[in-house]
Write a protein that binds this ligand. Sequence first.
Ligand code: ZN
Length: 222
Amino acid sequence: MKISDKLFAYPWRDMRANNGNSYVIRTDETVCLIDPGHEAFLPQLFQSMARDGVQADEVKSVLLTHGHPDHMEGALTLRKQGARVGIHKEEEAYIKEMGPYMARMLGIDMPEVRFDFFLQEGELLIGGERFLVIHTPGHSPGSICLFWEEPKILFSGDLIFPQGVGRTDFPGGDGNLLKKSIQRCRTLGAAMLMPGHGEPICDADAVEKNFDIIERMYFDYI
Ligand SMILES: [Zn+2]
């Protein structure tokens, strides 16, 4: 689904399977994929991308908002195809430490993804476009959000959703940190929200209203 000439969104709408949303950023210079989702659903994602004129083998880099399998697993295949995969350094440590435990808890195999670079707090250039990497712990220790500065688009991973927030009951989750991370992202004044689950919000007032709802509905309980 085309959001702009440079941004394509692939929200996961099948309620029978847990999978994360994926986003493609395409510039003249590069193609970058945010959160490829589960390995098993990659063919579906690649088909949707192809309908938008983006071929899977054009993907040069994969940015992971965090290391949960429903966001990260497909990075294995993309890495084999030559894409470079990035994640926050703390998340790599968390995956190594908690991977086996999480696998037992979720009843799955944890994907063994290797990383090519780390997403550090601060500025990141993707094909000439300026992004901010924001370390947003709470859902997991090394979760990040990405903020595309010029169009003011926030990719929030599992920090916030439309009328919802990421779970904090997984290992490494922390409700207080989640609240701080949400408040930090609110100050960015995002015009659009591209969440890790649920539908994108493409209107600045609706994004602000969503922050209001989240603070009112969840902040007393997390
Ligand atoms: Zn998650």
